[in-house]
Design a binder for this molecule. Structure first.
Ligand code: ZN
Ligand code: ZN
Length: 265
């Protein structure tokens, strides 16, 4: 049996809790065989803007070193992979290459801003769900996927976070089409986000959004579960994991259980 989660944060992003090692221990307790760390990527913002939701560029080496040391310590018990959850901001393309050279082993596409956070609002903001912004978000995801850099699409339906349940309109359908087609061409799965699922409590707004996943099923993308853990104990929620498996079956998606990610030393 394998059980792999590639979406895990650390306190460096300023909105998560728990020591690095606590995440590894919680993953073991939750039965995971592979734990992928994907904290919110740093960006070298040219304007000097300091983001409240991600690590600083100078924190990246310590993040990599910490999980390399934990990889050694827990060798034989769990596989660790060191990645980041990153947007695709074309103006900072060079920085993505530099992070890869610095030891980042994989990137998952969490397009929280249509373009640089210096200038654009959070895609999941209640005030950012106009149709034009939905289109920009989807186009940004597709651009990112075309780079071939990304291993999967985090919460592709992020734009539904604050849209009313019945507002999955033509613009949303077009966005779903754009993202699904680009993910197919890049041969990467869509993430069924379990943090979002844990917050829904039967509500039909937010993500994973039933309207999105039902509409998008026609593309036959593969899907992967992502814990999006912002606290260690989230990794021990086996009932939530099982619910994700059942939901994907019901929605008609084939599940990808793992990703092939080479270790960098
Ligand atoms: Zn986060
Ligand atoms: Zn995340």
């Amino acid at each position: 049996m394998i059980k792999c989660n590639f979406h895990t944060h650390t306190t460096r992003c300023r909105h998560a809790a728990g020591a690095d090692e606590s995440y590894v221990r919680a993953a073991l307790a939750g039965g995971f065989t592979t734990l992928g760390m994907a904290d919110h990527t740093p960006w070298p913002f040219a304007s000097g803007y300091e983001s409240p939701v991600r690590m600083l560029p100078e924190e990246l080496p310590g993040y990599i070193a910490s999980f390399r040391a934990l990889r050694e310590k827990y060798r034989g018990q769990i596989e660790l992979r060191i990645g980041v959850e990153a947007e695709w901001f074309p103006r900072y393309a060079d920085w993505v290459d530099r992070m890869s050279d610095a030891g980042v082993e994989y990137f998952i596409l969490g397009q929280h801003y249509a373009d640089s956070e210096e200038e654009y609002p959070y895609v999941g903001s209640p005030w950012a769900f106009d149709d034009d912004h939905v289109r920009r978000y989807a186009d940004a995801c597709a651009l990112g996927l075309r780079t071939g850099r990304y291993s999967y699409v985090c919460h592709p339906d992020l734009f539904m976070r604050h849209r009313p349940a019945d507002s999955f309109n033509a613009a949303c359908e077009a966005a779903a089409d754009t993202i699904c087609q680009a993910a197919l061409e890049a041969n990467v799965p869509l993430e069924y986000n379990l943090l979002g699922l844990s917050l829904q409590n039967g509500d039909t707004t937010g993500y994973p959004n039933p309207a999105f996943w039902t509409y998008a099923a026609k593309w036959h993308n593969k899907a992967i579960l992502g814990m999006d853990a912002h606290k260690p104990e989230a990794l021990e929620n086996t009932a939530l994991w099982q619910r994700g498996i059942e939901d994907l079956k019901t929605l008609g998606y084939e599940r990808v259980e793992t990703l092939e990610i080479p270790v960098k030393e």
